[in-house]
Design a protein around this ligand. Structure first.
Ligand SMILES: *[C@@H]1O[C@H](CO)[C@@H](O)[C@H](O)[C@H]1NC(C)=O
Ligand SMILES: *[C@@H]1O[C@H](CO)[C@@H](O)[C@H](O)[C@H]1NC(C)=O
Ligand SMILES: *[C@@H]1O[C@H](CO)[C@@H](O)[C@H](O)[C@H]1NC(C)=O
Ligand SMILES: *[C@@H]1O[C@H](CO)[C@@H](O)[C@H](O)[C@H]1NC(C)=O
Ligand SMILES: *[C@@H]1O[C@H](CO)[C@@H](O)[C@H](O)[C@H]1NC(C)=O
Ligand SMILES: *[C@@H]1O[C@H](CO)[C@@H](O)[C@H](O)[C@H]1NC(C)=O
Ligand SMILES: *[C@@H]1O[C@H](CO)[C@@H](O)[C@H](O)[C@H]1NC(C)=O
Length: 360
């Protein structure tokens, strides 16, 4: 495709991005006093957080992704808003711009003042470096490379030291590093040693983000993997064997976060957002919680698949608002809304407040 075609597509995306900002669902945020909250959000990780970084080949750019918000597929792995959108809303800022959109449009700012102004405005909310399908090792690009992109931006002085100082980072790890596990690990010991490698690398990444100047770094606990529609036993029952993996991961993660805080003489530079508990509480409020709204018509196909003639190879439920899960692994917008309404998530988010102690 020619550069100017990309340009018009991206301009349209930027517009739909900007225009969609106001319609967010109201969540309880009273306790987060204005002066205390981080005012920028930098995001790393995977499809739970990606708001459009992956290229157009990804199935998240196919119908019916995005049908609820923004109304057309826009690279989010849901029918609507995802983790990043709800976290931004909690911070009372707009969803930060995807890095790839910024990197592309930047090339045109010399000749387009309006675009320049629009991008500058968007930059004030931070930036999203998360790519669906990735992990600390899982590529496309992996988390290390995502942080390289961030480091490049910091090197370019796109943000000042004090701007970074009043920002927070969110790192999403939803389990892509574990999808390679099937059949590879025979014993619990082997499994545990792999989980430890994942969490060790994750801790290195969290520390690196902190060292680049962000004083508050949040990471999610791993959701119960055995409850994802692709792994669940029935629409009402999870695979408990697989959930043990999440338990081990979260045990190591909490230990790693404790250590990072200790090393930086704090109790809350690094925080965990308890997605594990939030998922369990939120799913309990849905009738068939582990049934996906949108599914491929056979096991090799996913939501959004089409055949050579462009015929749909998936089915989609009548009302995504009554499904916790949108597809085989990703919550619907209503699912994420339920997750953010749980006491576990609200208490986790409270920890963001202590950023105020860092300010003069
Ligand atoms: C991340 O990807 C880069 C580029 O492919 C690779 O060099 C690096 O080893 C990867 N890092 C990890 C921790 O897997
Ligand atoms: C950023 O700058 C540092 C210090 O000059 C350098 O070591 C590093 O390689 C740079 N990183 C990127 C991604 O440009
Ligand atoms: C960032 O915050 C730290 C910790 O409070 C402080 O020491 C430093 O001076 C701040 N830097 C800027 C540029 O505000
Ligand atoms: C759960 O998942 C594991 C690993 O995929 C599988 O071997 C097992 O049959 C599943 N069912 C139960 C009840 O554990
Ligand atoms: C943490 O505090 C100890 C004791 O006050 C001090 O020796 C150390 O340099 C501090 N470390 C950091 C990273 O600030
Ligand atoms: C860090 O851990 C060491 C050893 O366990 C302990 O002595 C120290 O008080 C801890 N520091 C902080 C700031 O928690
Ligand atoms: C689902 O909920 C969203 C947000 O509350 C609303 O905009 C949308 O119209 C609802 N969809 C259906 C099919 O009811």
């Amino acid at each position: 495709m020619e550069a100017h075609n990309y340009f018009s597509i991206f301009s349209f995306l930027l517009l739909s991005f900007v225009s969609g900002h106001e319609q967010l669902v109201q969540l309880p945020t009273d306790s987060l006093a204005l002066a205390m909250r981080p005012n920028k959000l930098f995001v790393f990780g995977d499809s739970y957080a990606d708001t459009g970084n992956l290229d157009f080949q990804a199935y998240s750019w196919n119908d019916p992704y995005g049908i609820t918000f923004p109304g057309v597929p826009a690279g989010r792995f849901s029918n609507g808003r995802v983790f990043t959108d709800f976290l931004a809303e909690y911070l009372k800022i707009e969803t930060p711009l995807p890095y790839t959109l910024w990197a592309f449009l930047q090339r045109f700012t010399n000749t387009n003042i309006q675009l320049q102004q629009c991008l500058d405005e968007e930059l004030t909310y931070g930036m999203n470096f998360a790519y669906g399908g990735t992990g600390v090792f899982a590529e496309r690009p992996n988390m290390t490379t995502q942080i390289d992109y961030f480091e490049y931006i910091v090197n370019q002085s796109v943000y000042t030291e004090s701007e970074l100082n009043s920002s927070m980072a969110f790192v999403s790890l939803a389990g892509n590093d574990y999808s390679i596990l099937q059949g590879v690990y025979e014993t619990l010991d082997e499994l545990e040693s792999y989980v430890k490698q994942v969490v060790d690398q994750l801790a290195i990444n969290l520390k690196r983000i902190y060292n680049l100047g962000i004083m508050k770094v949040a990471v999610n606990t791993l959701e119960p993997l055995g409850c994802l529609p692709e792994n669940a036993m029935t629409f009402q029952e999870c695979n408990r064997t697989i959930n043990v993996l999440s338990d081990i991961h979260n045990l190591y993660l909490r230990e790693a976060v404790y250590k990072l805080n200790n090393e930086t003489n704090s109790t809350s530079n690094f925080i965990t957002l308890d997605l594990y508990t939030a998922f369990n509480t939120a799913t309990a409020t849905f009738e068939n919680p582990y049934e996906a709204c949108c599914v491929g018509t056979s096991s090799e196909l996913v939501c959004g698949s089409v055949d050579a003639n462009g015929e749909r190879q998936y089915t989609v439920c009548d009302d995504p608002n009554i499904s916790f899960f949108w597809d085989f692994a990703h919550p619907s917008q209503r699912g994420w809304e339920a997750v953010f309404s749980t006491p576990a998530m609200q208490e986790s988010l409270e920890q963001i407040k202590s950023l105020s102690l860092k300010f003069k």
